[in-house]
Design a protein around this ligand. Structure first.
Ligand code: UD1
Ligand code: MG
Length: 457
């Protein structure tokens, strides 16, 4: 195996996206397109990955970090010009260089590996990855002759009517002999409809020098999708979504309706977990085994344990311990930690709080900035009053306490363990261990009140 390098083209402005966000930073199932491309190149194993980024593309570098080296293409003069920017890093290297467009997020490591192996076995100077497209519009067409095989690639805008009929397209991914690539790049001209330096022209240049140029055909056009606009972006999301769902199903996850289930790229799910329709699992989320994620739940950057049941609820940056349950219609906001076997019922909102084992918060409750121990029962309609208009304060509730319905716990305040709070109480001071706090007006009765009122009429 020779040395292997990859150049990722990511400097194009992406005019057709009509977006403030750099084209290659648009996410496909939660991961920027350029992230998918670089991750697949990394799986293949590269001695060096060089990303060509444009002016103002700090986001690309911030995102990829040390996965790649970077070169700058100050002006976007075309894909050949973009690759040329990497000459300072790669020009003198012996080996194979893979060039991939940052807007082809569906390419897989297996395809890249197949392409490199084919290229090296054939000892070609250039191998272009091609695919058959039912609708080739917008792609470069691969022109072949019977005697010579691949002779050149013609862009959509430069194609004759005859050339435009060709359905074999350039995927924008190529394998080159590194030195031959950088020598040929010197010869690329911009005499075409767009006035750009086209990388595909390297194919024709090498061919004319009688070098061996090959094409490696993709079985599946899905992988070739180049995302130039939002319509293609939606298509890429659809294909990636199906791929991700299939992977989870093959790993033992039941997905009731895969076409209506959205699981982002880095999410992990344990065996025998069931995911119902309309669920969106995002970011760095991990779901345990034998869990149940009910219809229309949204889980973002959260960790959900084994046998957890989530019913139509939203979780953000939260942790749910094993055997806990939530919902329907509840919301865990960032920094919520539920330990094992916690029950959260309907219409409960929890923010920045830890909730101990076996604690139950069944209905219509707000818990914010709090520490709750084990075996607590929080009654319906309880409010943790954490905000005084300027600052947030904390409520601490000890183990085995019982908070009656419709209580207000005004922070900062501590309810010690084994304490009872009478329903309707507004608690402002420490409730000592083993005690009952009643903080409400006593009931008074006015006898015969109805009759008196009637007499006044
Ligand atoms: C390109 C190919 C086309 C192929 C298609 C596959 C050329 C001239 N055409 O067309 O044959 O079928 O990809 O998807 O190469 N970029 C730069 N600097 C530039 C211009 C582009 O870094 O100056 C980057 C872009 O960020 C993008 C990639 O190169 O990631 C491809 O550019 P794009 O404008 O999308 O080319 P296509 O028109 O799609
Ligand atoms: Mg493109």
């Amino acid at each position: 195996m020779s040395n292997r390098y990859a150049v990722i083209l990511a400097a194009g402005q992406g005019t057709r996206m009509k977006s403030k966000l750099y084209k290659v930073m648009h996410p496909v199932m939660g991961k920027p397109m350029v992230g998918h491309v670089v991750d697949q190149a990394q799986i293949v194993g590269m001695d060096q990955i060089v990303t060509v980024s444009g002016v103002g593309a700090e986001t690309v570098q911030d995102y990829l970090g040390d996965k790649s080296a970077y070169v700058l293409q100050e002006e976007q003069l075309g894909t050949a010009h973009a690759v040329k920017q990497a000459s300072s890093v790669l020009k003198d290297k012996e080996g194979t260089t893979l060039v991939i467009c940052g807007d082809t997020p569906l390419l897989t490591a297996e395809t890249l590996e197949g392409l490199i192996e084919f290229h090296e076995k054939e000892q070609a100077k250039a191998t272009v990855l091609t695919a058959y497209a039912e609708n080739p519009f917008g792609y470069g067409r691969v022109i072949r002759t019977e005697e010579e095989g691949v002779t050149k690639i013609v862009e959509q805008k430069d194609a004759t009517d005859e050339e435009a009929k060709v359905k074999e397209i350039n995927t924008g991914t190529y394998c080159f002999d590194n030195k031959a690539l950088f020598e040929a790049l010197e010869l690329v001209k911009n005499e075409n409809v767009q006035g750009e330096y086209y990388l595909p022209d390297v194919i024709e240049i090498l061919k004319k020098q009688n070098e061996l140029v090959e094409a490696y055909q993709l079985a599946n056009m899905d992988e070739a999708l180049g995302v130039n606009d939002r319509v293609a972006l939606a298509q890429a999301n659809k294909v990636m979504k199906e791929r991700i769902n299939e992977k989870h199903m093959r790993n033992g996850v039941s997905i009731i309706d895969p076409s209506n289930t959205y699981i982002e790229s880095d999410v992990q799910i344990g065996q025998d977990t069931t995911v119902e329709p309309g669920v969106y699992l995002k970011g760095e989320t991990t779901i345990g085994e034998e869990a149940f994620i009910g219809a229309h739940s949204v889980i973002v950057d959260s960790t959900v344990g084994d046998r957890v049941k989530v019913t139509s609820s939203m979780l953000e940056e939260s942790i749910m311990g094993n055997d806990s349950d939530i919902g329907p219609n509840s919301h865990l906001r960032p920094q919520t930690v539920l330990e094992e076997s916690v029950h959260i019922g309907n219409f409960v909102e929890i923010k920045k709080a830890t909730v101990g084992k076996n604690t139950k918060i069944g209905h219509l409750t707000y818990v914010g900035d709090a520490e709750l121990g084990e075996n607590i029962n929080v009654g319906c309609g309880t409010i943790f009053v954490n905000y005084d208009g300027k600052n947030k304060h904390k409520v601490i509730v000890g183990d085995n306490s019982f908070i009656g319905c419709n209580a207000n716990l005004i922070a900062p305040v501590t309810v010690e363990k084994n304490a009872y709070i009478a329903a309707g109480s507004t608690i402002t001071d420490t409730v000592p261990e083993n005690s009952l706090a009643i903080a409400r007006a006593r009931q008074t009765i006015k006898e015969s009140y109805f009759t008196k009122m009637k007499q006044k009429d």
